[in-house]
Write a new protein. Structure first.
Ligand code: UDX
Length: 451
């Protein structure tokens, strides 16, 4: 029996797809090492408890209206969630610990810790008052989590407005490998509300007992790990990519359309371009049509995820001709899709989960980042690892057609695929015995077992 058996972990994910998947993966990993798992979650975007019969799920009332939860403004959503979940979370956690204490007879013998998403900023005083060790789980790349704390300062100091457009392609010294034009795009969308939210995340993280990067590994974050250790002054664990431990997503908030797999079975090896912009991004109808025609004109078969709410004003005008070469689904089993022998490229928004999943399967990317960390992730893909091509924000049919042709081309495409193969092997080694993530996971388990 595992030595940590009998220990309990309480997990508190943010109710967003890109955050629930990694947290549930961590739950599965810890459960397989003998921990019992309790997941406290909101009513909004509640994870499917029936998919995880071995975990205990406790729902708290977030009291958000449907109008509030259907907003496309993620900062607003996170602010509202943090505001409305504090008391219900405190109540739920207190009750849970009281019942555990009454069983063990003593607070000290609880053998329990809390792991919450970095986006929850009210947990510190609650855990402290309950004498509960608390770790912060982060679903981003280490460098983007770190560097985001520099944004408020950059906004204040110099970058807005950027006077000289000739500087667009200059690197941002404080935020490598970001370019000035990326920074402008981030600062343009990020607000002062977000700056103060970010500040709270930083404080909550620094006051924690540890920081877990569940979707990253040393091999992808060499540039920033030692700096992050200095910044946060808490133990840092990079144990990813977490989806590699338990492949297949059983924590999808959307209904998965599996019909794309038999469709992929009929396509030639490495011929299909997979297109998905994650669970949050929305595009305009005009952008949708440009992408559609770019895909069609590239002559490459494509599989495109178009969520019901992802195109502003709907997709009624999809032309039949577009379907000739492609398949459109509302939600795909993405990890299975990326593994499929028919996939030759991924047109992605570079959410961190999608980026890592693509690297893990060795699928070269076409980068179309929209906001936040996506811009930094995309620069790593194209400028540092050189395993993809960048659309530079140009959603125009001829640009999209051109970039797809380049990716599938003999010379340029081949070199990108070769580099991707090397990166894939490096990342895969990290989760194997003696690999960096494997060792970091063992340290994490020893650490939380010692509480
Ligand atoms: C959000 C932010 O937008 C992103 O910038 C940040 O890095 C993480 O949080 P999201 O936009 O949803 O995430 O993108 P991403 O991180 O790529 O996560 C999407 C997840 O949904 C992936 O695990 C992917 O496998 C899954 N997915 C996506 C599916 O299972 N099916 C789909 O059709 C599309």
């Amino acid at each position: 029996m595992d030595k940590s058996n009998g220990l309990r972990v309480i997990l508190f994910p943010l109710p967003l797809q890109g955050c629930i998947n990694p947290m549930i993966q961590l739950a599965k990993i810890l459960h397989s090492r003998g921990f019992s798992i309790t997941v406290i979650h909101t009513r909004f975007n509640a994870p499917k408890a029936s998919s995880h019969p071995l975990f205990t799920f406790l729902q708290i009332q977030d009291a958000l209206s449907e109008t509030e939860t259907s907003t496309h403004d993620v900062t607003l959503l996170l602010t509202l969630l943090n505001r409305s979940c504090e008391s219900p979370f405190r109540e739920c956690l207190t009750k849970l610990l009281q019942s555990a204490d009454s069983k063990t007879g003593e607070e000290k013998q609880r053998n329990c810790s809390l792991i919450h998403d970095s986006g929850w900023i009210f947990t510190q005083p609650i855990a402290k008052s309950l004498n509960l060790p608390r770790l912060v789980l982060n679903t981003y790349k280490v460098s983007s989590f770190r560097d985001h704390f520099v944004l408020p300062q950059l906004r204040r100091e110099m970058y807005l407005p950027l006077q000289d457009s000739e500087q667009d392609d200059d690197p941002v010294q404080e935020f490598p490998p970001l370019l000035k034009k990326d920074l402008i795009q981030i600062l343009d969308k990020e607000t002062e509300i977000l700056d103060s939210y970010t500040k709270m995340i930083l404080e909550t993280t620094k006051a924690s007992s540890g920081l877990i990067f569940v979707s990253s590994c040393e091999e992808l974050d060499q540039d920033s790990l030692s700096q992050a250790r200095e910044d946060f002054q808490v133990p840092i664990f990079t144990i990813g990519p977490s989806h590699s431990y338990f492949p297949g997503s059983s924590s999808s908030l959307f209904t998965v359309d599996d019909t794309c797999i038999p469709w992929l079975d009929k396509q030639e090896d490495k011929s299909v371009i997979y297109v998905s912009f994650g669970s949050i991004t929305t595009i305009s109808e005009a952008e949708f049509m440009e992408i559609a025609w770019g895909l069609r004109n590239s002559n490459q078969p494509f599989l495109w995820v178009v969520r019901v709410d992802s195109v502003v004003h709907g997709t009624e005008r999809i032309d039949e001709q577009l379907h000739e070469k492609g398949k459109i689904v509302n939600w795909a089993p993405q990890q299975e899709v990326l593994k499929h022998r028919a996939i030759g490229g991924f047109l992605t928004h570079n959410g961190w989960n999608s980026t890592v999943e693509s690297v893990f399967e060795g699928v070269p990317m076409i980068c179309l980042p929209f906001e936040w960390d996506q811009l930094l992730n995309a620069r790593f893909v194209t400028d540092v690892w050189m395993v993809g091509l960048h659309l530079e924000g140009r959603i125009e049919r001829n640009v999209i057609e051109g970039v797809i042709r380049r990716l599938f081309s003999e010379a340029e495409g081949k070199a990108i695929r070769e580099r991707m193969e090397l990166l894939k092997e490096k990342v895969r080694r990290s989760v194997k015995p003696k690999g960096s993530s494997y060792r970091s996971l063992q340290h994490l388990i020893d650490y939380i077992s010692s509480f």
